[in-house]
Ligand binder design. Structure first.
Ligand code: 5GP
Ligand code: MN
Length: 350
């Protein structure tokens, strides 16, 4: 579908590019790369999101060009009059946030560039592959199918960050020799080095985040004979540490560093419910489990927001684990093992 998309985009003038709420490195990097490349191809480009660019992506060249949707006439008109609306790194309307309905209702063709499972059906064209490491990888393919000469240093940096962040810095199972070759090309074009870009994204946490990490690690617990690991972030921990909630990013992966753990979950308490981050290894799929709780994502990395308090969410997760994972429920007919029941009681201060 790359050739069709390229051919169509060549015929357009105004292009709007958007991505999901609480955008991550792949979201911002892919969007920015598409935007700057299309601008180099002479298009009138608008990059419009529901949420602002996270602080550790603001250094990307031209990141300030990404606009936060504010219902202004300017942005409403840009979306309404677009010839194409590119949706990057999500395939679900609800993940587009505030401008979602405007974007879907635009007269322009809706073009999906994404690597998530189970796309919705309102896109006119798509370049999608669930096995792609990142949306950034798909954007590179699109650019390669058009004109690699337009892959400027700014575009290369954006794509490098997109791929680096969605592969856990090139260590997840979605990393292939082909991806490394692509990344090598990006590094050659980026006119900067890998260490600097990595540092700009990852080495910018506050001292308070160490305090938060210590508190969160102390809640770690293994379940189902050590195959499943969980940790929790309470509102109290956030308050006590003074660290912003964004700094819990990456905490969940630490559980996968324990030998034997195949599925890891981080539960974050909020005023309205509990945010769950699922991560897994090998063929231990978590996306259907996340979907069952109203979320979704990838086979090895998913998320959901469950409108129940922390303990009730954890209880639900542990009780439903045997429905989605190859693990056995307690053989005494209860939904929770004695150990897990004790853990829940401990968390709720009982
Ligand atoms: P994270 O745990 O980093 O928040 O999310 C991991 C992945 O799960 C994201 O890249 C995204 O694909 C997916 N995801 C996270 N939260 C949600 C959600 O609420 N709904 C859906 N459909 N997917 C989510
Ligand atoms: Mn992604």
């Amino acid at each position: 579908m790359v050739a069709d998309i390229v051919q169509f985009l060549k015929s357009t003038n105004r292009v709007v590019i958007t991505t999901h709420t609480r955008p991550d490195g792949d979201a911002i990097g892919s969007q920015l790369a598409l935007g700057l490349f299309l601008e180099a191809m002479g298009k009138d480009v608008w990059m419009i999101n529901s949420d602002p660019v996270p602080y550790n992506m603001e250094w990307l060249p031209e990141a300030h060009r990404i606009r936060t949707y504010d219902h202004s006439l300017e942005l409403v008109e840009a979306i309404a009059s677009a010839d194409a609306v590119l949706i990057a790194d999500t395939n679900a309307l609800h993940r587009l946030g505030t401008p979602g309905n405007q974007l879907k209702g635009s007269g322009g063709k809706k073009i999906l560039i994404d690597h998530h499972t189970d796309p919705e059906d309102w896109f006119d064209m798509s370049h999608r592959r669930e096995t792609a490491s990142s949306t950034g990888e798909l954007v590179y393919e699109l650019i390669a199918g058009w004109d690699l000469g337009g892959l400027s240093p700014a575009v290369a940096q954006a794509l490098y960050v997109a791929i680096m962040t969605d592969t856990g810095s090139f260590r997840f199972s979605n990393v292939s020799p082909t991806l490394h070759r692509m990344t090598a090309d990006l590094l050659e074009r980026a006119e900067t080095n890998a260490a600097w870009m990595h540092s700009m994204v990852y080495d910018r946490k506050s001292p308070e985040s160490m305090k938060l990490l210590a508190a969160v690690l102390s809640t770690h617990q293994l379940h189902f004979d050590g195959v499943v690991g969980t940790m929790v972030v309470t509102r109290q921990m956030l308050e006590d540490s003074g660290a912003p909630v964004e700094e819990t990013d990456g905490f969940v992966n630490m559980l996968l560093g324990i030998e034997g753990v195949r599925v890891a979950m981080l539960l974050t308490e909020t005023a309205k419910g509990t945010k769950i981050s699922f991560r897994s290894k090998e063929d231990w799929e978590v996306h259907k489990w996340a979907q069952s709780m109203g979320g979704g994502g990838h086979r090895n990395a998913s998320g959901a927001f469950y409108t129940e308090p922390l303990e009730a969410t954890l209880q639900h997760i542990l009780a439903s684990a045997p429905d989605f994972l190859n693990v056995d429920p307690p053989d005494d007919g209860s939904t929770l093992s004695e150990e897990d029941a004790d853990y829940l009681a401990m968390l709720s201060g009982g």
